[in-house]
Design a protein around this ligand. Structure first.
Ligand SMILES: CC(=O)SCCNC(=O)CCNC(=O)[C@H](O)C(C)(C)COP(=O)(O)OP(=O)(O)OC[C@H]1O[C@@H](n2cnc3c(N)ncnc32)[C@H](O)[C@@H]1OP(=O)(O)O
Ligand SMILES: O=C([O-])CC(=O)C(=O)O
Length: 371
């Protein structure tokens, strides 16, 4: 028996949700470029969950169902208020809050199809409320309730900042949500599927996935990209700083991908958004640094920029705190996790691979007082 480190190249399941073929990404067969350029995030969630695009009535109903489920229990707000907010990372707060939402959902352990779909809607709707409530409480402000007339993307920014966002901000944020929604069998989605394949509940699956997304090799990279950029003084210092990191065997955050060879199709959209938004908000230096770093890493290491690279300067331009970047990823990706969880339940088998044993063999047991 031999093993493949990191399960590279292993096909672990069938799925009808998203595909990456020849570096082309599709959601339910629709090219990511078409969706990024044309669709609302609500349409994409509907697509991932129902395997079809909604018509106008279906979309309106779905949008209103989402907004009417956005409120979170007071106990969760009180819990967020009880943390030492100077040390708790928002991803840790989100992980705990989603687990708490399960405790407060009377249908948490009801495994019927409809109950699971209803819970999926509630989780998707409540995640932005949790993230924005945490961000506001941390700044000494009270959480803000969503507005019925705003889209999902606009409501996130409204609940975060307490004022109506500009159209350009909503458009950019909506596109970012669309681009992050699903990505085949990435680490957090696989985690969610492994968890619920034991027939554990949907809240456990999403909580586990949040834990996996938090890591710097996955969703946690976007926050680290911004840390790297802000630590570099000027555009001229970008390449020397990267050379130093490579000399120290550090990884360059936002670069490289397990599946994409020539490039991540989402990165070009975020790159363009970064160019426009950094210019508009007086942060062009981060875009200029980013293109230098991208070119250098491509040329010297043959690695492409991934989705986390340019999203960092996009969110920075929108005035969002850097440690909220990964929770935003989760607010989008939960749509994909939920689609995969429902797909797993629909045709389930326990996921239980094998390990190649490489430890010592044939040991003789010594009683404790003889060791
Ligand atoms: C949403 C997402 O999850 S996208 C990914 C977000 N993560 C990051 O941006 C973190 C930085 N990138 C990485 O760590 C990796 O490229 C990953 C985790 C994305 C993919 O990892 P893997 O497919 O396992 O590649 P692995 O880590 O084995 O790297 C292969 C080689 O490329 C090098 N490499 C890969 N990524 C990078 C990088 N970002 N910077 C420098 N070197 C890198 C490795 O050092 C290794 O070199 P070696 O063979 O000389 O030891
Ligand atoms: O697919 C992966 O391994 C990581 C990734 O880009 C994502 O989850 O969006």
């Amino acid at each position: 028996m031999s093993s493949t480190k990191g399960l590279e190249g292993i096909t672990a399941t069938e799925s009808s949700i998203s595909s990456i073929i020849d570096d082309k990404l599709t959601y339910v067969g629709y090219d990511i470029d078409d969706l990024a350029n044309n669709s609302s995030f609500e349409e994409v969630i509907y697509l991932l969950w129902n395997q079809k695009l909604p018509n106008k009535d279906e979309l309106n109903q779905f949008k209103s169902d989402l907004i009417s489920n956005m409120d979170i229990p007071q106990e969760v707000v009180d819990h967020l208020k009880s943390y030492d907010l100077s040390t708790v990372h928002p991803m840790a707060a989100l992980r705990t809050a989603v687990s708490m939402l399960g405790i407060h959902d009377p249908e948490s352990d009801v495994m019927e199809d409809q109950a699971n779909k209803d819970k999926a809607l509630r989780i998707q709707a409540k995640m932005p409320t949790v993230v924005t409530a945490f961000a506001r409480i941390r700044n000494g402000e009270e959480p803000v309730s969503p507005k019925k007339e705003l889209s999902f993307a606009a409501n996130f920014l409204y609940m975060l900042n307490g004022k109506n966002p500009e159209n350009i901000e909503v458009e950019a944020f909506n596109k970012a949500l669309v681009l992050h929604a699903d990505h085949e069998l990435n680490a957090s989605t696989f985690t969610a599927r492994v968890c619920v394949a034991t027939l554990s509940d949907i809240y456990s699956g999403v909580t586990a996935a949040i834990g996996a997304l938090k890591g710097p090799l996955h969703g946690g990279a976007n926050e680290r990209v911004m840390k790297m950029l802000t630590e570099i003084d000027s555009v001229e210092d970008a390449i020397p700083a990267i050379e130093k990191k490579l000399e120290n065997k550090e990884k360059i955050m936002g670069m490289g991908h397990r599946v994409y060879q020539s490039g991540d199709p989402r990165a070009k959209h975020l790159k363009e958004m970064s160019r426009e938004l950094t210019k508009l908000t007086g942060h062009s230096k981060y875009y200029e640094m980013s293109i230098k770093i991208e070119d250098y890493i491509k040329e010297n290491k043959g690695l492409p920029a991934n989705v986390d690279f340019y999203s960092a300067s996009v969110y920075h331009s929108l005035g969002i705190d850097h440690d909220i970047f990964t929770p935003i990823f989760a607010v989008s990706r939960v749509s994909g996790w939920l689609a995969h969880i429902l797909e797993q339940y629909a045709d389930n088998r326990l996921i239980r691979p094998r390990a190649e044993y490489v430890g010592p063999k044939g040991q003789t047991y010594t009683p404790i007082d003889e060791r």
